[in-house]
Design a protein around this ligand. Structure first.
Ligand code: UD1
Ligand code: CA
Length: 453
């Protein structure tokens, strides 16, 4: 049997934040959610999260069924936190893996290897360790020649000589639960912080091994904002490498940001300052950027999206979007469309080969195929109380600066003349023109520009 417990009760004082540290966001997910996702991938029999500081918020942040929350009412140290498991795991037999909620870069494969190695050696405990270039703040691991751990000493309890040791504990362990349960009651607070340290249990266990992580970045813990931004950089580098290997071109990759669930087809080109978030998908041969933000959106193949923002929206194949377009609110655009210069779509559905190329707002609208929206066309969808729908059928053209007052339906193959305000439904094949006819006063000025009498 395998149980995984995640330490998530601490406040995270060094973050200088009101929210519990494990709820800090990192590339679209909280630190804790990242650790939990890694844990779940191992399909453990039990998943326990130890909560304390901001307990309600931490519990609410996790929607995964099957997670057991264990309360650590007072945060008296990592050892005290694990002592809270003595009740819930009273009947449990097998291995307990302990993860910390602030170590989000750890890979699932690494934890799997920790468990496998631990079982293979028949150890009492196995500790993930790493050689850090800058080990400041971490517990230092002291081993004999056979990778057996003699002790772990926290940074603040180390002598200057001990502090030179760059081998640290990642705060990730695999325990034989029964041996750990026997050792937990022995913990003391004989240390600089007067806390119950989990690392003290190794003094009471016979066979404790270290397992080195070759990629030390996996072991990085997030205690302050500097480490949070460093972890973001590490995650971004992993994602960029992965997608470049899959055939995506990135210009100035260090300016491009991605999230885990983004899916990119081969031959996608990402130009500088492109940010893809959430469940965004991009089809083959599409170019995005420079300077675009795409969130939870789907973009077809052979598209161009320049200097634009898309949130929760989709576009088909062979579309041109931008510069400076904003698609949001579950807008859906078909194939071969043009959504251009300063056009905003909100909750609007558009067919194929339809263009809205300049300066328009189309909200709560449904447009058919081959519609042409003239510059400055606005759907007036809000009457001050509720939002209303606009329907524009196939082949219709709207003139510049026309205003369509919703709710309204404009039939197919209509022509709305420039400057017209349309307030009622229009049957197909109509011309709609409603303007004040201008008065032209001939010879109003003389040749020097002076007004005539
Ligand atoms: C801890 C380890 C250190 C290791 C480092 C790796 C101890 C004593 N130290 O140090 O050896 O090198 O992690 O990142 O274990 N927590 C609780 N309850 C508490 C205290 C802490 O749940 O009473 C949780 C925190 O929310 C956090 C985790 O335990 O997720 C680690 O606590 P933290 O204070 O960050 O420990 P470090 O000083 O980083
Ligand atoms: Ca930490």
């Amino acid at each position: 049997m395998l149980a995984i417990a995640i330490l998530a009760a601490g406040k995270g004082t060094r973050m200088k934040s009101d929210i519990p540290k494990v709820l800090q966001p990192l590339a679209g997910k909280t630190l804790l959610q990242r650790v939990l996702n890694t844990a779940k991938a191992l399909q453990p029999d039990r998943q326990l999260v130890i909560v304390g500081y901001g307990s309600d918020r931490v519990r609410q942040s996790i929607l995964d069924p099957g997670v057991e929350f264990v309360e650590q009412a007072q945060q008296l140290g990592t050892g005290h936190a694990i002592q809270q498991l003595l009740g819930p795991l009273e009947q449990f037999q097998g291995e307990l893996v302990v993860l910390t909620g602030d170590t989000p870069l750890l890979r699932q494969e690494t934890i799997q290897e920790l468990v496998t190695t631990h079982r293979h050696r028949g150890a009492s405990a196995t500790v993930l360790t790493a050689l850090l270039p800058d080990p400041k703040g971490y517990g230092r691991v002291f081993c004999d020649g056979q990778n057996r751990i003699e002790c772990i000493i926290e940074d603040r309890d180390c002598t200057n000589a001990q502090r030179q040791n760059r081998r640290v504990s990642a705060g990730v362990y695999c325990f034989n639960w029964q041996e750990l349960a026997a050792a937990l009651p022995k913990l003391t607070t004989n240390n600089d912080q007067k806390e119950y340290y989990l690392t003290e249990v190794f003094n009471y266990m016979p066979l404790v091994y270290a397992l080195d992580i070759p990629d030390y970045e996996e072991s990085l813990g997030i205690n302050d904002r500097r480490q949070l931004s460093h972890a973001y950089e590490v995650l971004q580098n992993r994602l960029r490498q992965k997608w470049m290997q899959e055939g995506v071109t990135m210009l100035c990759p260090e300016t491009i940001t991605l999230e885990d669930e983004v899916v990119l087809a081969p031959n996608v080109i990402l130009e500088p300052q492109t940010h893809l978030r959430g469940k965004t998908q991009v089809g083959a041969n599409t170019t995005i950027g420079p300077n675009s933000l795409i969130e939870n959106s789907k973009i077809g193949s052979d598209c161009e999206v320049r200097y634009s923002v898309m949130i929760d929206s989709t576009i088909g194949d062979n579309c041109r979007v931008g510069p400076f377009a904003h698609l949001r609110g579950h807008s859906q655009v078909g194939d071969q469309c043009r959504i251009g210069n300063f056009v905003e779509l909100k909750n609007t559905t558009i067919g194929n080969r339809t263009n809205a190329a300049h300066l328009s707002y189309l909200g709560d609208a449904t447009l058919g195929n081959q519609v042409n929206i003239g510059a400055g066309t606005i759907t007036a969808n809000y009457d001050g109380f509720a939002k209303h729908k606009t329907i524009i059928q196939d082949g219709t053209k709207t003139g510049c600066n026309s205003v369509l007052i919703a709710p309204i339906t404009i039939g197919a193959n209509c022509n709305i003349a420039a400057g017209t305000i349309v307030t009622e439904n229009v049957a197909s094949n109509s011309l709609v023109i409603g303007r004040v006819r201008p008065e032209i006063k001939l010879d109003y000025y003389d040749s020097s520009g002076k007004k005539q009498k």
